[in-house]
Design a protein around this ligand. Structure first.
Ligand SMILES: [Zn+2]
Length: 79
């Protein structure tokens, strides 16, 4: 299931597993077709794909493995 699409030929390519916070799992990927960064959000049994800006994706990547990342992901989710 895809909620937000970057293009009509959206195809998932994993980039980084950003772990989980507040019962939600985050996987960062890109679209193989157009190169747009995507965030897969796993919650219970549903997955949603969200389009991210390059800037936002790179910010998350820089914060990988830190507590700051969890806070940032939570903020992003609530926004
Ligand atoms: Zn695409």
């Amino acid at each position: 299931m895809s909620q937000y699409r970057c293009c009509s030929e959206q195809e998932w390519e994993p980039v980084a597993d950003l772990g989980h916070t507040a019962g939600v799992d985050f996987d960062l990927g890109r679209c193989k077709n157009c190169g747009t960064y995507l965030m897969a959000v796993f919650y219970v049994s549903s997955i949603t794909y969200n389009v991210l800006s390059d800037q936002q994706a790179k910010r998350f990547l820089r914060m990988q493995g830190s507590d700051t990342l969890k806070k940032a992901l939570k903020r992003w989710l609530d926004s």
